[in-house]
Ligand binder design. Structure first.
Ligand SMILES: [Zn+2]
Length: 198
């Protein structure tokens, strides 16, 4: 197996949940937002992130969404400042412990969507969160369970934003402006907000 993807292990594969379908593509994502590689056909792992804002009980706006191949995700990570990356690693290491992962996997035996029921960091129930992002790892037409998927509440994202250097925030704003699907009216709202917490 390729070195760069050895880190991930995927004990289980499930159908791609509707939450990870694309509005723009009217179904499953097919294409990397940066290099336009056909990620679904490629047989290689790829990542999807989508961001939601709840308007009322039955309606949520999608603020942005994208699929990205591993090569492009790595390039983005390399472009982030070392300082920001180190802080993010420390932040997430509190939450991504082996014990938590084991519990997540056990939970998913019965319900692969159980992981979306609360914020990975804060533990807040999804119904009490008005803005959140979900991230997942995929191969072909399957979602892979392991470190992914997860849900992050706005509260957690605001803490993460505090950790990022100005340079990294600019980098992410550029990425969002140039590559992501989503209505332009949300651009101001999303400014400085982290994307891509891999
Ligand atoms: Zn790509």
């Amino acid at each position: 197996m390729d070195d760069k993807i050895k880190f991930f292990h995927w004990p289980q594969e499930v159908e791609i949940p509707k939450e990870f379908h694309s509005i723009d593509e009217m179904g499953e994502f097919t294409t990397c937002c940066m290099c336009e590689k056909k990620v679904k056909e490629s047989g290689e792992p790829y990542l999807i992130e989508r961001s939601f804002k709840r308007v009322n009980e039955s309606y949520e706006n999608v603020l942005f969404e994208y699929a990205i191949c591993f090569d492009c995700a790595r390039k983005m990570n390399e472009a982030m400042s070392k300082e920001s990356m180190a802080k993010l690693e420390t932040y997430f290491s509190q939450y991504l412990t082996g014990e938590r992962q084991r519990m997540k996997l056990e939970e998913s035996q019965n319900d692969s969507m159980a992981w979306f029921n609360h914020c990975m960091v804060k533990g807040t129930a999804r119904e009490d969160i008005f803005e959140y992002n979900i991230c997942g790892l995929f191969r072909g037409d399957k979602m892979l369970l392991g470190e992914f998927p997860y849900l992050l509440s706005l509260e957690a994202m605001e803490e993460i934003t505090e950790l990022l250097s100005a340079e990294t925030k600019d980098e992410l704003d550029d990425f969002r402006r140039n590559h992501l699907g989503g209505p332009p009216e949300f651009e101001e709202l999303l400014k400085g907000r982290p994307v891509f917490i891999f």
